[in-house]
Design a protein. Structure first.
Length: 178
């Protein structure tokens, strides 16, 4: 009897080792496939055009840095660099302003919620199709749409609710009842 659990533990350990070995292999493979092109690009940038055409994979015989100023000039990188600084700076400023505004709004909402005795920590997102309020939602929707022939079965399907404003108004009414 004692031998079976030991054998099972041995198999579990072997399969865990095999799974880890496969994972390590895949991670190493992914790393090589990610890093190799960058290394190849850097090594190739140190070759002259003729040397690159003759020997695309090997190391440069006489490494040169002349390609960098030439690429900077031909590619008009000075203009592109300034444009990148402008866009990055403007985006960063916009993100900071929006974040400060949101933080201020959240602080005000929280203080107003405390004044009203609401616990925002208990707030949750309600899915009208699968949530615990589904039946209440279906009944309220049936009541709102009874004049158009809505039945409780169709309302439970929730496929009938297509307009966002109707769903939001209905949800608001449900939450105000509780």
């Amino acid at each position: 009897m004692n031998q079976a659990p030991t054998l099972r533990r041995g198999l579990d350990a072997a399969s865990a080792f095999f799974a880890k070995a496969i994972l390590v292999f895949l991670l190493i493979l992914f790393t090589v496939m990610t890093v190799y092109p960058v290394i190849w690009l850097l090594v190739s940038s140190l070759k002259t055009t003729q040397e690159f055409q003759m020997n695309r994979i090997g190391l440069p015989k006489e490494p040169t840095l002349r390609n960098y100023p030439m690429a900077w000039k031909i590619g008009d990188f000075s203009t592109l660099f300034v444009n990148s600084l402008i866009y990055t700076g403007a985006t960063t400023i916009a993100i900071v302003v929006i974040s400060f505004s949101a933080a201020f709004a959240f602080a005000k909402i929280r203080s107003r919620a405390i004044e009203l005795g609401l616990a925002l920590g208990e707030a949750r997102i309600v899915d009208p199709k699968a949530g615990e309020l589904h039946e209440q939602f279906a009944k309220a929707y049936t009541g709102l749409r009874a004049h158009k022939g809505m039945t409780l079965e169709r309302a439970r399907d929730s496929g009938e609710i297509k307009e966002r404003d109707e769903a939001l108004a209905l949800l608001h009414r449900l939450l105000n009842k509780n």
